[in-house]
Design a protein around this ligand. Sequence first.
Ligand code: PEP
Length: 270
Amino acid sequence: IPGRKFFVGGNWKCNGTRDSIKKLVEELNKSVTPEEYLDKRKRKHIIPARINKDYCEVVVTPPFVYIPQVVASIKQEYQVAGQNCWINKGGAFTGETSADMLLDVGCKWVILGHSERRSIIGESDAMIATKTAYALSLGLGVMACIGESIHARETGKTNEVCFGQMQAYLNELKDPKQWAKVVVAYEPVWAIGTGKTATPEQAQDVHAAVRGWLSENVNPKVAEDTRIIYGGSANAANCKALAKMPDIDGFLVGGAALKGEDFTVICMAS
Ligand code: PEP
């Protein structure tokens, strides 16, 4: 049984006000986190063996300007992440935020390669990989996103596209040890924000293929240890069926992460 700890990221995207974020954090602070659930009830019999004692890692990702507010107010069971960062150290890069700054304000993670940044902002595979290597070099964890368009899926190119995106990351991650702080987020573009979720079987097929790719192209140990999480209209109703699949190690959640109770249910899905 692999020892991969379940991982759930909440991507708040470009949403919120000081007030709405205060309310969301209050909701999250009130809800029982997976760790507390495990401690308080000791319900070992309903906890699948693969996550037996470590349960789940939960990360929330506010817009940059609200990060200090969230770091200061959210309870310590939740980690905080940035939604993006600059490719290298700071300097004369107007409008950018460096990985160093994210660390400085208390972030432990960053989302990189999200499809909205690829398609709307035009970030390239190479740029995303450069950011990834830099963020990892500072000790930040990276939720490294991949995923195919509807056109790629309909033309049978899902694996080809995902493997190409994985190869771009690998081009910058020369040392297999760097993968220890990478969580791969498989997010089919056609499922993000659309209410259309991949079926558990569709997601499992890609997760297993990506794990196979890691085994062949990095090494079997990295393949076994790397969390591969699913994103794309995951919600409180569909998370359990997805989480049952052997290669789905958690979720990256957009819309449902803005609702405290739903997000908590998703964190408990394993
Ligand atoms: C996302 O933006 O990473 C995402 C998965 O969004 P949603 O859950 O809203 O589809």
